[in-house]
Design a protein around this ligand. Structure first.
Ligand code: URP
Ligand code: ZN
Ligand code: ZN
Length: 483
């Protein structure tokens, strides 16, 4: 079994950073050593990390590879998407299997497992989307949890597709709480949104920018409030996905201040992309159509603050790419037919790192948001998201100084545009190690399709929610900020 030492770097974990060497034995972290502490043994592969950061591999808990949506499929397969993820420093994804309407969750899991197994370049897990809440599917929950599918996504949006009404949500939350699962919520008031969409189309307003105008942020705030109330009635832990609006963040913050097991993620598109992009000429705006929609800059500021205060616990991508050609084009003249979703799995680490560069979050918080917190919330910790001895040796050697430009020419995602075209970032992935194997080295993919393994996740165990007063919460601008 091969042994490897990553030496000379600054090791960063969610609790701080220090110069250290990481000794890897086979697939596992064997030890963190004082610099230069590894033996001179000739069977030890040595990886030079001088001047670099060494961080736990990224964990993206919200991706959609090969997802059916609006009559087409998201453009990345598990093969291309996980390869792109690896290039971006992500070593584990948790994707979404979908219960077919009038079908079982088992059918959904089998379908998605067949798509992913033997194709992923990095490790993968699944949440389950419940698109048809009924007695039989609720009975399936404990079995799925035992198999490592320990989180279930429900939708307050997309009536007629994934939507569940409040009664179905409540019963699903009760069953999830009993099964030890976490409920993930797409919180937008889809019934009200559909009225606004129909009115816009009847008025002849079919251009992409209307996607945003018909999904106002207050309808995200309202749905988030309702989801939190229902989770309280069911005594069920709740995780709000792809939170984009300050109104929704206020609801999450209030619940957390009350000591509730309520968590939320945001995504880079809600931190960096402005709603005005949806008003671009011709079909340009379709590039940015996702739900919830990208918002005005005042929301970006609120979200960055939420990342600092831990009201937002995770940054995931909601990677759901559709090509402009033949896919986003489906909504020409009718924005409601534009497939919803943005590409991003490759850029998450770099984009969140800009928060360190701009002194908004500390280095430790960067690791927490991109790896440790998602691992803890989704039953992967300490196997993933940590560098503790015995953890999976998922590591990224990150160059904090290298500048590069995000572009369709440079990315590895299987999509014909970049949502961040031309954006210059500071910080770049240099080497990626997945379970002890170097899968990316200086920009070249050295892994192989199919090496990624299914990760069986633990039931939701509860995570400390800081008490009111927020003492001890991670703060932007702490002593490590920008270090
Ligand atoms: O626009 C989005 N978010 N597409 C993916 C599906 C979802 O709701 O997460
Ligand atoms: Zn969603
Ligand atoms: Zn999603």
């Amino acid at each position: 079994m091969s042994r490897l030492v990553v030496e000379g770097g600054t090791v960063v974990t969610a609790s701080g950073s220090a110069p250290a060497d990481v000794l890897v034995d086979g697939e596992k972290v064997a030890a963190l050593l004082a610099p230069g502490g590894a033996s001179a043994s000739s069977d030890l592969v040595r990886l030079d990390a001088r001047g670099k950061l060494v961080v736990p591999g990224g964990i993206d808990v919200h991706t959609h590879m090969e997802m059916p949506f609006g009559g087409t499929y998201s453009a990345d397969t598990f093969s291309t998407g996980t390869r792109a993820a690896a290039h971006g420093g992500t070593t584990t994804i948790v994707d979404f299997a979908i219960q077919p309407r009038s079908g079982s969750a088992r059918e959904g899991l089998d379908t998605w497992m067949a798509r992913a197994e033997g194709h992923c370049a990095i490790d993968f897990g699944f949440h389950m989307i419940l698109s048809d809440v009924n007695e039989p599917v609720l009975k399936e929950m404990p079995g799925l949890v035992a198999e490592g599918v320990t989180s279930f996504k429900l939708f307050m949006a997309y009536p007629g597709v994934f939507y569940s009404d409040d009664g179905k949500i409540l019963t699903a939350m009760q069953a999830a709480a009993d099964a030890g699962a976490l409920v993930m919520m797409h919180a937008e008031n889809g019934i009200a949104i559909d009225v606004l969409v129909a009115q816009a189309l009847a008025a002849g307003k079919g251009e992409p920018r209307m996607h945003g105008e018909t999904r106002p942020s207050v309808l995200e705030g309202e749905a988030t409030h309702r989801a939190i109330v229902l989770a309280g009635v069911a005594n069920c832990p709740l995780y709000i996905v792809h939170l984009s609006a300050k109104e929704a963040l206020e609801e999450v913050a209030a619940a957390r201040d009350a000591g509730r097991q309520v968590f939320a993620e945001t995504c880079p598109q809600y931190l960096f992309l402005d709603a005005s992009l949806m008003a671009g000429p011709d079909m340009e705006g379709a590039k940015y159509v996702c739900s919830p929609p990208i918002r005005a800059a005042e929301h970006h500021e609120a979200l960055w603050r939420g990342l600092g205060t831990d009201d937002l616990s995770v940054v995931s991508t909601d990677h759901c790419p559709f090509c402009m050609k033949d896919q986003k084009e489906l909504g020409r003249g009718d924005f409601s037919k534009i497939p919803n979703g943005l590409p991003g799995v490759e850029h998450r680490m770099d984009l969140v790192y800009q928060g360190v560069v701009e002194n908004r979050i500390s280095l430790a918080r960067f690791v927490e948001l991109t790896s440790t917190a998602p691992a803890r919330l989704f039953g992967l910790y300490p196997k993933k998201g940590s560098l503790l001895p015995g953890a999976d040796a998922d590591l990224v050697v990150y160059d904090p100084a290298r500048r590069h430009t995000l572009s369709v020419e440079a990315h590895h995602m299987s999509v014909d545009y970049s949502a961040y075209e031309g954006m210059e970032v500071t910080g770049a992935v240099e080497t990626v190690i997945s379970r002890g194997e170097v899968v990316v080295e200086h920009g070249a993919f050295t892994g192989r399709e199919g090496r990624g393994q299914f990760v069986k996740r633990s039931p939701f165990m509860g995570v400390d929610v800081p008490a009111p007063g927020r003492d001890g919460r991670a703060q932007a601008g702490s002593e490590e900020a920008g270090s």
